[in-house]
Every structure is written in structure tokens, then in C-alpha cells.
Design a protein around this ligand. Structure first.
Ligand SMILES: [Zn+2]
Ligand SMILES: [Zn+2]
Length: 193
């Protein structure tokens, strides 16, 4: 079943933009969508509410989440999941512990933006219930080895296209299949759906 848990929607959406999303979603074959906005305290709850209202009109099984920039861990309480964007960091035990307290945390585009994991952090992801994203916009042959290692540790791997336009929704899903966890087996979805 085709899914994508990293679809950005603009902060403000006109009817024309909404129609473009509806058409693209139908064409993409998307069955379960996770829609997010970049969340900072500046944007506030109002835009998140707007996101929830919009996705309810899109006609697919959808959840609403936010993408935060670590170390900020401010999240609206009604966000159903949290994508964590790390940058310039070595992700260690403490960082994993901190994000494990978020609602349904998923590490977005791992190893991007100058981030890496300590080997201890890699080993405790499963224990702390952290999902790691296969991000089709940040993929390389080395990343495949990384995802194989995660799989060996029993870590759940969600699919995310990081679409910032409607046409990128589900991009690269077929190539990701070998690595990702089916949507109905993802713990984060079991808690939500
Ligand atoms: Zn990001
Ligand atoms: Zn993103």
C-alpha cells in the first residue's frame, strides 16, 4: 500500500493550490498520507489548525504532523506525529532520549545536514520506539547500507518523499520498498489509525 509520511503543505493554501494537491494525490496512488508543516514557535498553532482542516478535505487517509528543528521540541499537542530534523549534530543517547518523549517521533532524512549517529544511538532506536525515515529526496548508495543496518537492528523505517510540491508526492516509493516498513506494520500508524 502506497504511503508517504513526509508531505509538506504550504502555510497558506488557496483553492487552486488545494485542487492541484487533490489531483496529484489521486494520480500518485497515495493511500495513507502524512502531512506536515515546518513548525517553529513563531508559526504557532494557527497554521497547524489550518493544516488539519485542509487534509480533511483531501480524500485520503491522512494524519497531520509537524517537522521540528532539533533541539527545539515545542510541538502543538494535537500534532499526531513529529518529524525531527537534525543538523550539525552527533546524535547520541541523550538526543534519542529527548526525542523519544515527543509524540510519535520519526527521524527525518537521517545523516543529512551534517548529522550522524553514535553506534550506541543506532542500537537504542528500537528500544526507545523511534522510527527512522527513508527519505527519497536524500538517497545515495551509502544510504542503502545505513538502512540495511537499521533493519538489522529491528528499527522501523517509514517512507517520506519530502514533497514540497504536489508532484513529488510518493516520488521514489518503488525503489524504497526493499527498505521500508509496510504502513500497516508501522507502530506510529498503529497508534494513530
Ligand atoms: Zn527537513
Ligand atoms: Zn521536510
Amino acid at each position: 500500500m502506497k504511503y508517504d509520511l513526509h508531505i509538506h503543505l504550504p502555510q497558506a493554501i488557496s483553492d487552486d493550490v488545494l485542487t492541484a494537491y487533490e489531483i496529484a494525490i489521486r494520480n500518485s496512488g497515495l493511500k495513507v498520507g502524512g502531512f506536515v508543516i515546518h513548525y517553529t514557535e513563531k508559526y504557532g498553532k494557527r497554521n497547524f489548525k489550518n493544516l488539519v482542516d485542509v487534509i480533511e478535505t483531501l480524500g485520503v487517509k491522512s494524519i497531520a504532523g509537524v517537522e521540528i528543528y532539533y533541539p527545539s521540541t515545542t510541538v502543538p499537542s494535537d500534532a499526531e506525529y513529529t518529524l525531527v530534523h537534525f543538523r550539525d549534530i552527533i546524535i547520541d543517547h541523550d538526543a534519542i532520549l529527548k526525542i523519544s518523549k515527543l509524540n510519535n517521533p520519526i527521524i527525518a532524512h537521517p545523516l543529512s545536514y551534517n548529522s550522524k549517529f553514535t553506534s550506541e544511538a543506532m542500537r537504542i532506536l528500537k528500544k526507545y520506539g523511534i522510527t527512522v525515515e527513508y527519505n527519497s529526496a536524500h538517497i545515495s548508495p551509502e544510504m542503502h547500507n545505513f538502512y540495511r543496518t537499521l533493519k538489522a537492528y529491528g528499527v522501523e523505517i517509514s517512507f517520506g518523499s519530502d514533497a514540497h510540491t504536489p508532484y513529488e508526492i510518493c516520488a521514489g516509493f518503488e525503489q524504497a520498498k526493499e527498505f521500508i516498513t509496510p504502513v500497516d506494520e508501522l507502530g506510529v500508524m498503529k497508534k494513530i489509525l
